[in-house]
Design a protein around this ligand. Structure first.
Ligand SMILES: [Zn+2]
Length: 194
């Protein structure tokens, strides 16, 4: 168990709830845990199921910005941390594919790929951006698609980007499920399935 919170650097026990403290596997302090408001709902979009883990908020936005734009790489494993076991079990047999970024040169890394560092699932780089605009993406030439089941992961729910990725992947894969870290609940509830 870490002794300090990687987000605010206070003691990990700060405002920690009893349950997390007793489990002894708290990874952020109690105050920072409040940034991650679970949604864990499934939505429907163009024939694919989209699972949204957290509610988008100003606090979560700034944490994502600190990682993606400021380059605080130490935060990379933190975003999906609570869902690693669940996703590995629930999406057993799926290939993990990350949404590519148009800012790889600028940032020096595929930020979504790095966020999935803790996952032991099979991962494959199927998509790549061909300009700064993330909507200009293509299938990688060397991706060797084999009708596999794909779990596509992104940080935000972005309709146009998902549509583009679906159009490229659908003819070549068995099925696509999507997990996004966070979404605007007002937008998503117009598409809610269950
Ligand atoms: Zn904290």
């Amino acid at each position: 168990m870490k002794s300090y919170c990687p987000i605010c650097f206070r003691d990990i026990t700060h405002h920690q709830n009893l349950f997390d403290w007793l489990k002894k596997d708290a990874w952020i302090c109690g105050d920072c845990r409040l940034i991650f408001k679970d949604v864990n709902q499934v939505f429907h979009f163009h024939g694919c199921l989209i699972e949204v883990l957290y509610e988008q908020s100003e606090e979560l936005d700034s944490l994502i910005m600190q990682y993606q734009e400021v380059g605080d790489i130490a935060l990379r494993s933190l975003f999906f941390h609570d869902y690693v076991s669940y996703m590995q079990k629930h999406y057993k047999g799926y290939t993990l594919v990350w949404m590519p970024s148009g800012k790889v040169k600028e940032r020096g890394l595929e930020t979504v790929k790095e966020m999935l560092d803790e996952f032991s699932m099979k991962k494959q780089e199927l998509l790549e951006c061909i300009s700064d605009d993330p909507l200009y993406m293509r299938l990688r030439n060397d991706c060797g698609l084999k009708k596999q089941k794909v779990l596509l992961v992104d940080v935000y729910f972005h309709k146009a980007k998902l549509q583009m990725a679906f159009d490229l992947l659908k003819p070549h894969v068995q099925c696509i499920h999507v997990v996004v870290l966070c979404g605007d609940m007002k937008v998503l509830h117009t598409m809610r399935l269950d």
